[in-house]
Design a protein around this ligand. Sequence first.
Ligand SMILES: [Zn+2]
Length: 288
Amino acid sequence: MASLHPNSVLLHKYSEIPPFLQGNPHIKDGYRVFLSYPMCLRSLCVLSNEFVNVWSHLVGFLLFVGLFLQDQASVIETSGGDATDRMVISTGLACFQICMIFSASFHLFHCHSEDACRRWLRLDLLGISVAVCGCYFTGIYYGFYCLDYFRNMYFALCSVLTLATVSFQLHPNFDTPHWFERRLALYAAIVMFGIVPTMHWAIIYGGEAGEVQLFLPKVVIMYLLFLIGVIFYITRFPERSFPGMVDIFGSSHQWWHVFVLAALLYWHNAGLEVFAYRKTMPCVQPGG
Ligand SMILES: [Zn+2]
């Protein structure tokens, strides 16, 4: 039975919601259904089962806007960065902002209608690809800072990968439940691709090189943060073991959001450290 909330946003049980919202049967209550866009915005203040999903990435978006302003105002100049550094670091942050705002918007507005749900889901999924591109862009730029040929080669490969991903996402079945495994396989592929330039770069310089010792553990930690998020996403733990007990706080998708945000924040910070390293250390020939 629906319960009346003080600001008139009704919350529903799983058995009462339309099929397009029935994605996770272990979340038993707290669903918003067929809200108008103004009511969706009003539900920002309602403890629904999307409250943490929306706010986690809305706060993430604001954090990346704040970091953009901070980097532009002082960090880049303090480390001796030039216009290209500003462009590279800003592009990375813009990609993360797009991911965060598309994700928050999907979780806020997808209860409006089935059509709206599909449209916002496409943007949410696109945002993940954009964030991965942002990670590659800064990583490849500073990783292969002294190796122009390989840097251009990996930029070209990433562009091809991005185009292939976007084409895949334009397929009419892309956002349907039947393509869940294919979506997962696509995202696994574009994320795991990053291991190729990382291994290549580590082999070129060798494990003893200062930059490899500085940067490689950061790549591993970023992947671990992302992997922990993916494990929550796939296993649907803890709601699978405690159905109905983590509807509002603590469900798997909320943990996925937190770990994605943590991975992107960590990557931005790691990028700034490697950028500062590049500005203080002269380029050395691999093995030199
Ligand atoms: Zn989400």
